[in-house]
Design a protein around this ligand. Structure first.
Ligand SMILES: N[C@@H](CCC(=O)N[C@@H](CS)C(=O)NCC(=O)O)C(=O)O
Length: 203
């Protein structure tokens, strides 16, 4: 199998962190996103949505969507579990991963892609007002997650999960989006420092 990787872009990084946490090594095929290689005929044939990461199995089967690819590896390598344990634990991981991805990460991504000059060719049409509208949304969502982290070590409870990977990647994307974590969000800051120090964060 091989994983088409997009370097510093958030979703390919999510995938690499997930694999590092699992201790799984997959050959990476670098795709130069700055050179728009993800729009090439080769990548389009694999994923008509022209997005990374993409996992190609030895028999040619293609999987896209970082959570779907992660689920595939979770089934193949259940330890350590990154999608939770038991009915309730799995549902809580799913809930928080979706909350972080669909609300916070989406707001940060919109703030970046709809305001940054480098994204003009990527986000068509680029609507700066939409990007600006997403900044307060991102701040609101960070406050909600800070409240959750006041009583839990990790986002979905007491164990590290894919929801923490999504949150780490989302928070590290604040910088290019020109948003800062407010000083008063102590729990989020505590969590960010702790999760950033895991070896997988360098993946
Ligand atoms: N929901 C997808 C998102 C994939 C995605 O948007 N990847 C970005 C890189 S972070 C991409 O390939 N963007 C290309 C583009 O916007 O043209 C996933 O989780 O894998």
């Amino acid at each position: 199998m091989k994983l088409y990787d997009g370097g510093r872009a958030p979703n390919p990084r999510r995938m690499r962190i997930f694999l590092a946490e699992k201790g799984i090594e997959v050959p990476l095929i670098p795709v130069d996103m700055a050179a728009m290689q993800h729009k090439s005929a080769e990548i389009t044939a694999l994923n008509p949505f022209q997005r990374l990461p993409i996992l190609e199995l030895d028999d040619g089967t293609v999987l896209t969507e970082s959570v779907a690819i992660s689920r595939y590896f979770e089934e193949l390598h259940p330890e350590p579990p990154l999608f939770g344990r038991g009915a309730l634990g799995k549902a809580q991981v799913e809930m928080w991963n979706r909350r972080v991805e669909l609300y916070l990460m989406a707001a940060i991504t919109a703030a970046f892609r709809h305001t940054h000059p480098a994204m003009v060719e990527w986000e068509i049409p680029q609507v700066p007002a939409w990007g600006e509208a997403n900044r307060p949304k991102a701040l609101n969502y960070m406050k909600i997650i800070d409240d959750q982290l006041a009583t839990h070590e990790f986002v979905a409870g007491d164990e590290f999960s894919i929801a923490d990977i999504t949150l780490l990647v989302a928070l590290d994307f604040l910088k290019p989006a020109r948003i800062v974590i407010p000083d008063e969000l102590n729990h989020l800051r505590r969590w960010h420092a702790a999760v950033s120090s895991r070896p997988s964060a360098k993946a």
